[in-house]
Design a protein around this ligand. Sequence first.
Ligand code: NAI
Length: 334
Amino acid sequence: MFMASRIQSRAFSASARQLSKVTVLGAAGGIGQPLSLLLKLNPLVTELALYDIRGGPGVAADISHINTKSSVKGYDPTPTGLSSALKDAKVVLIPAGVPRKPGMTRDDLFNTNASIVRDLAKACAESCPEANILVISNPVNSTVPIVAEMFKARGVYNPKRLFGVTTLDVVRASRFVSEVKGTDPVDENITVVGGHSGVTIVPLFSQSSHPDLSSDAAIIQRVQFGGDEVVKAKDGAGSATLSMAMAGARMANSVLRAAGGEKGVVEPTFVDSPLYKDQGIEFFSSKVELGPEGVSKIHPVGAVDAVEEKLLEACFGDLKKNIDKGKAFVAQNP
Ligand code: NAI
């Protein structure tokens, strides 16, 4: 027992010693700021690069006073700002772009965010082609294919290094279930598959310890449209930022833990996936085991019940359209 814990703490301090530069693109935004704060508190991060079209250095100066070991630097869009922020990055998180206002779907953000993500992906492909890219900017179902197309066009696409961040859907599902069942959310591991918007978000309660919830339309609706609660409550001031920052920081931490050699790190995430390629769906979120190479193993969806089968069918239709829209955008606006 003693030996095991000593070996484990040695393993963790060894991985903490690895040089892990993490870059946030859109670091001065509603998500970017708390996300950067949480990354500053993560001992696996040795260098933090904070880029935004405005305000990156200010956020960096503030965060740099926190007494953890990592170095922090802010970057503006000077001619070399973005490339310097990205150089040698192990993980790049992208929360750059506009958030929703009441009444908007994530797809309504496409026109603005598609070109922002395209340009940032181009910079990543040129300055840090081997980094793990974690896309937060919505609509994730379309922005992830956009990043893939930009990397492909430059001959540097590695599907194992590209992740759409869907962690918030899982965080919400476990929290909402715990509220209904009066349990501790830490013990509620709800698998959520598909994509990251509306009906493409498919919670699989039949695989949880509460299979009865798979026929509970209200909780399914809440997991699928939980983001709308925040958009409505913020009343024009944006969408989820704080819970999203927590979810993004969790995902980045998992990628770094796996990069440092820790085994058995599994996160749900929207990746280039073989699961439904025969149906024309190139990207899909399911449980993914992470490793030093990025994506190590994509878990199948597993057994689902009749209700979930229907939810998956609805998911496929929208998801395919969203993915195709992202690909078409790059084809028309390379
Ligand atoms: P925000 O407007 O508060 O912040 C966005 C930041 O991006 C701003 O600081 C802005 O200056 C910056 N920015 C814009 N263009 C840029 C560029 N070309 N390069 C670098 N930075 C740029 O928005 P917020 O609330 O932080 O949301 C950001 C994105 O995250 C939105 O698209 C939102 O829909 C998405 N989101 C994703 C979630 C997910 O689960 N994946 C959950 C919640 C939001």
